[in-house]
Design a protein around this ligand. Structure first.
Ligand SMILES: Cc1cc2nc3c(=O)[nH]c(=O)nc-3n(C[C@H](O)[C@H](O)[C@H](O)COP(=O)(O)OP(=O)(O)OC[C@H]3O[C@@H](n4cnc5c(N)ncnc54)[C@H](O)[C@@H]3O)c2cc1C
Length: 388
């Protein structure tokens, strides 16, 4: 392991590896990623990997647009098959969310996303197998799809040594070393490592590491679960969907299966204590909610499911940028259950900030840490945590 880096990244998830790749493309010097386990071992390895533009804030939509372009680039550079499987996304809402949905779709269209509002009748015509009781309006986004967060982090990780960077796995960062307000490096389980710039991309573990720099951040850890079902009939052309009335989402998965998730999350979960498989109760609740909208799924069989822990912030949006209290400490964390789809563009933006001192392609200052003190936080048009 090197004893000195120009930029040291803590965490080899999809954000740490994306940033490492982008830094090396900008000739940021010696870039070292220190990962306590293996690449993608955190939330990245458990992601449902939806890619959608349906957000309430413009900057999130733009991040997804840029990320999709960058996904194509990295796949090409690494000689891999296209990463994203295109699939339309259906968002179903009741009366309470009809206006916010229409406002969101108007914004998405203005930004160039192929999305439109559908009446329940139009949804019923296109997808006759859904029970639309209680649905007042819907959005259909043609530019959505899904990918594979683990595969993406492995693709980035494969390129890093080729570009002259280093990924050190099986080594834990124990503390961030700071002297007189300036980062000096980190203490690892294998000894100290000097660096003038340290990036905290440690997902749900980020808050405890920030404490070691005496720079606490408003990040907690949340357990998120998804289940896999074996449908009674082939799911065919079913869209990916978010049903805001039941706070449930689903999408086609490999081998004709259906992946389903809900807003059932557990806060303050110890990220070192993953339950592995999801509980039977979760699968029962999730499939019951799904069957309310898609009655045929009452006959689906449970296959299995999994849970992962992601970092969460009070406004459920990430913290990106330099920590104003510690010179040279950068934050790339707090993705609150929806960070995979942003990872390519966030990596590029943060690499610009670190190398060039400013954001160049997309201004990511709305994600600064200071927003919490300034009360300039992100607000969602929806009151359901599955969709921001
Ligand atoms: C069940 C589930 C479903 C999801 N579905 C979606 C989705 O559909 N779409 C979407 O966009 N996002 C989704 N997400 C969220 C997305 O997966 C995460 O936001 C994203 O993977 C976070 O990446 P990260 O690199 O910030 O963190 P992580 O992947 O958690 O990576 C952090 C890394 O840091 C390492 N680390 C921690 N502490 C230390 C230390 N002290 N020293 C060294 N290394 C350390 C960890 O081992 C880990 O590998 C989902 C997440 C889950 C759990």
């Amino acid at each position: 392991m090197s004893r000195k880096a120009d930029v040291l990244i803590v965490g080899g998830g999809v954000h740490g590896t994306s940033l490492g790749y982008q830094l090396l493309r900008r000739e940021a010097g010696r870039v070292v990623i220190v990962e306590k386990s293996g690449v993608g071992a955190g939330a990245t390895g458990w992601s449902a990997s939806f890619i959608r533009h349906h957000y309430s804030n413009e900057i999130c939509v733009r991040l997804v647009q840029e990320s999709i372009k960058l996904l194509r680039e990295i796949d090409r550079a690494a000689g891999r098959e296209p990463h994203m499987t295109p699939k339309p996304l259906l968002v179903l809402v009741g009366e309470d969310h009809a206006k916010p949905l229409e406002e969101n779709v108007a914004m998405h269209r203005r930004l160039g996303v192929r999305a439109r509002v559908l009446t329940p009748e139009a949804v019923g015509k296109r997808f006759p197998y859904f029970d639309l009781t209680g649905i007042a309006s819907a959005a259909l986004e043609e530019d959505a799809g899904y990918g594979d967060a683990m595969r993406l982090s492995e693709t980035y990780a494969g390129e890093i040594p080729r570009l002259g960077g280093e990924i050190v796995t099986g080594t834990e960062v124990v503390s961030i070393l700071v002297r007189e307000g300036h980062v000096q490096g980190v203490q690892t389980s294998e000894g100290p490592l000097e660096a003038e710039k340290v990036v905290l991309a440690a997902g749900a573990w980020s808050a405890r590491l920030a404490e070691t720099a005496e720079a606490p951040i408003p990040v907690t850890s949340t357990l998120l679960s998804v289940g896999l079902l074996d449908p009674p009939d082939p799911v065919g052309d079913t869209p990916m969907a978010f049903d805001m009335t039941t706070a449930t989402y689903w999408r086609p998965y490999e081998d004709g299966r259906l992946l389903v998730g809900t807003d059932e999350e557990e806060g303050d979960w110890d990220p070192d204590g993953l339950p592995g498989a999801v509980g039977f109760d979760f699968l029962v609740h999730a499939s019951e909610r799904l069957a309310r909208r898609w009655p045929r799924m009452a006959d689906a069989h449970f296959v299995n499911g999994w849970a992962g822990v992601d970092a969460a912030t009070p406004d459920l949006h990430p913290i990106i940028g330099e920590d104003p209290r510690v010179n040279g400490l950068y934050l790339d964390t707090g993705f609150s259950g929806h960070g995979y789809k942003f990872s390519p563009a966030v990596g590029r933006g943060l690499a610009e900030l670190i190398v060039d001192g400013r954001y160049k392609t997309l201004d990511l200052t709305p994600f600064r840490l200071e927003r919490f003190e300034e009360n300039d936080v992100f607000r969602s048009r929806y009151a359901v945590s599955v969709m921001q």
